[in-house]
Design a protein around this ligand. Structure first.
Ligand code: ARG
Length: 273
């Protein structure tokens, strides 16, 4: 469905583990990830992506276990990037590495006010049917972010308030799909945000999911050429996606779920127009 060849940034899970708690998924998971399994799952995801896009790698870093979640490196638009400003100190050490990677790879880094937390493509997602950025705030990114992005990038934003701590980043509960479809979990948003989604996306393009699917991080999906890569989804959701013209691809990511992330979190699209 997408015509533009895509390049995706990933980071191998060599130093991935759960050693702190900054979201509810990490509770009780201290040092509980299976390293070999994490590598296998990450490689399976990479291989699935490489059928549709080029994968480039950012080096993993010791003592920065969550750097594997490259969705949070920054927000890319054209050759410009806003490098993330993490809310939690545990992840702030990633910032200079992301900054260096983007600079070395020819991106122009836009100035961002350091006092405003913003977690990149974890909380800002391009609609795939029109020029619009969906921006989530409430847990990680600051409420000031949508207006700031609108000014800096000269792009219209739709600000959405997240209210369920299990869905602390926008990409855990919302995924724009080609053709203006929207895969999302309504209960993760406040009433005003749900109403905004309903105004902006016609009913036949809204793929609202049940809690059971949302908890499998089905919305944390990577859409590539009509294929939708995700950790898991019920048979019902798979068939709804097929009816809308998409092909669900299940690629299990249990080890990364223990840190509160799945397919989309482990990737960053570098071609965004
Ligand atoms: N443990 C990481 C955190 O809490 C997971 C990040 C998942 N990334 C995402 N884009 N949702 O920050």
């Amino acid at each position: 469905m997408t015509a533009v060849p895509q390049t995706i940034l990933m980071c191998p899970p060599d130093h991935f583990e759960v050693v702190y708690v900054i979201n509810p998924w990490m509770e009780g998971q201290f040092a509980n990830t299976d390293d070999a399994l994490a590598h296998r799952q990450w490689n399976d995801l990479r291989n699935a992506i490489e059928l549709h896009a080029k994968v480039v790698l950012e080096p993993p870093r010791q003592d920065l276990p969550d750097i594997v979640f490259t969705a949070n490196a920054g927000l890319v638009l054209g050759k410009k990037v806003i490098v993330s400003r993490f809310r939690s100190v545990e992840r702030q050490g990633e910032e200079p590495h992301h900054r260096a990677w983007f600079t070395e790879n020819g991106f122009e880094i836009l100035d961002w006010p350091p006092e405003v937390p913003f977690e990149g493509a974890g909380d800002a997602l391009s609609d795939r049917g029109r020029e619009l950025l969906w921006v989530g705030h409430g847990f990680r990114s600051d409420a000031a972010v949508p207006a700031l992005l609108e000014r800096l990038l000269d792009r219209k934003t739709a600000a959405l308030t997240l209210i369920d701590p299990r869905f602390y980043h926008l990409d855990t509960c919302l995924c724009p799909l080609a053709g203006g479809y929207l895969l999302y979990f309504p209960a993760a948003f406040d009433e005003k945000s749900r109403a905004l989604i309903e105004v902006l996306v016609p009913k036949d393009k809204r793929i609202a999911v049940e809690e059971a699917d949302a908890l499998k991080f089905c919305c944390n999906a990577v859409d590539l050429d009509g294929f939708v890569l995700m950790n898991d989804a019920s048979e019902n959701l798979r068939s709804r996606l097929r009816s809308a013209g998409f092909t669900p691809v299940i690629t299990p990511l249990s080890e990364f779920m223990k840190a509160g992330g799945a397919a989309k979190c482990l990737t960053l699209k570098l071609v965004e127009i």
